[in-house]
Design a protein around this ligand. Structure first.
Ligand code: FEO
Length: 397
């Protein structure tokens, strides 16, 4: 796929990957992804910002060739993960004069990930340092933990373009260089935030504050399209990282013989009757990314599981583990489910989510298929959730 021009002297020369189905062998990619690499020609020096996944090395080299790139002076490495650093050894072979420019921590990671890269091929910079390309100047902003400890951003001062690598990106393989359909990219960016950035919410809050002082005309991430309206993605992030939860209860469930399904459906109806939006996910069918998006701002999560081998169903264990790792801003958690002869699963589900700083509302466990009395207990749980949401100012009546 051909390189795409941002402005005079700057191109996106990386690759789109529409076929890729999973990232980290975990995250579903319904829209594929892209590995953006930006070529910047200054009056004296040429820089490349980030590279591509190793599988797309040839495409990057071909694009650089087509742009008549005879020399690269600097390869800026904003992040060491292989989807951005994978082509570095091949780039250094083709452009032996090039120096990788990055921070000390990223250097350490690059050396450990790429045996072919030598220490002498890396120039390190500190937060705030600048690098002149002649008529263009790059400035480096260290932003650790979005989403590795070494992540940084590069700001092109004269053109006011902020290159953010993973931060503010989206897994979206688009032919269009710039965001065309904001609704579509909002969903993709929220999914990306949920799966990759959400665990680092406190750090992101600080980084967004740092960016307030910067005059930004364009945000160019290394996944997904470029934002020519930076406020679109910056305001979305402000909202996602804020402490504001929404009047929503997410219910991930599994049911083997319909008992937990009946409990889940009754709970969802009881919550909806009280004005709370219930989002139900059957874990045997759902795309785990959809679940992740839903917990970005839901005030409540209720795990619903049958008992299997004297514990929660493995699909719920998987969901609990992920939710715990993603550290959403959830305020309230509860557990419902069905058991045959012994109830131990609620304690085990509780033990899965120590990272959630939430109030645990008393679980409701039902023996066998739910009867009238059991459904009443589910109604009581819905009422408790409603009262918590009301106290938190999330429901009006
Ligand atoms: Fe897109 Fe953390 O790599």
């Amino acid at each position: 796929m051909a390189a795409r021009k941002l402005i005079e002297g700057i191109w996106e020369a990386g690759a789109r990957d529409k076929e890729r189905k999973l990232f980290d062998e975990l995250i579903p990619l319904p829209d594929g992804t892209s590995y953006n690499a930006y070529l910047i020609k200054g009056s004296e020096k040429t820089a490349l910002i980030d590279s591509v996944d190793p599988t797309k090395t040839d495409e990057l080299l071909e694009n650089l060739e087509n742009l008549e790139t005879e020399r690269i002076d600097y390869i800026i490495s904003n992040h060491a993960e292989q989807d951005h650093s994978g082509a570095l050894p091949a780039l250094l072979e083709r452009y032996p004069e090039a120096k990788i420019v990055t921070n000390e921590k990223c250097k350490e990671f690059l050396l450990s990930l790429h045996p072919a890269i030598g220490e002498e091929q890396i120039k390190t910079i500190k937060n705030g340092d600048t690098l002149s390309l002649g008529n263009r100047t790059l400035q480096f902003i260290l932003t650790p933990w979005v989403h590795w400890p070494e992540t940084m951003l590069t700001y092109l001062k004269e053109d006011k373009i902020l290159f953010t690598c993973d931060f503010l990106g989206s897994h979206f393989a688009s032919e269009e260089l710039f965001v065309e359909n904001e609704d579509e990219i909002y969903e993709a960016a929220k999914r990306y935030y949920a799966e990759i950035m959400m665990p680092f919410r406190p750090m992101i809050k600080n980084h967004l504050k740092t960016l307030e002082g910067l005059d930004i005309a364009m945000i160019a991430p290394s996944h997904g399209p470029v934002y020519h309206e930076p406020s679109f993605i910056l305001e979305a992030y402000e909202d996602w990282v804020s402490d504001n939860a929404k009047n929503v209860a997410v219910i991930p469930y599994v049911s083997m013989h319909h008992s937990t399904k009946a409990i889940t459906e009754h709970l969802a109806r009881a919550l909806e009757k009280r004005g709370i939006k219930a989002k139900v996910f059957n874990l045997t069918e759902t795309d785990i990314g959809e679940l992740a998006i839903s917990i970005v701002d839901a005030a409540t999560i209720v795990f619903a599981s049958p008992t299997l081998l004297v514990g929660p169903h493995p699909a719920i264990v998987y969901a609990g583990y992920l939710v715990n790792a993603l550290r959403p801003k959830t305020r309230f958690v509860s557990i419902v489910g069905s058991f045959g002869w012994a109830e131990t699963e609620s304690e085990r589900i509780k033990a899965l989510i120590p990272n959630l700083k939430t109030e645990l509302i008393e679980p409701v466990m039902v023996r066998g298929y739910p009867r009238e009395d059991d459904l009443k207990r589910i109604d009581e749980l819905a009422e408790k959730i409603y009262l918590r949401h009301k106290e938190a100012g999330l429901v009006k009546n």
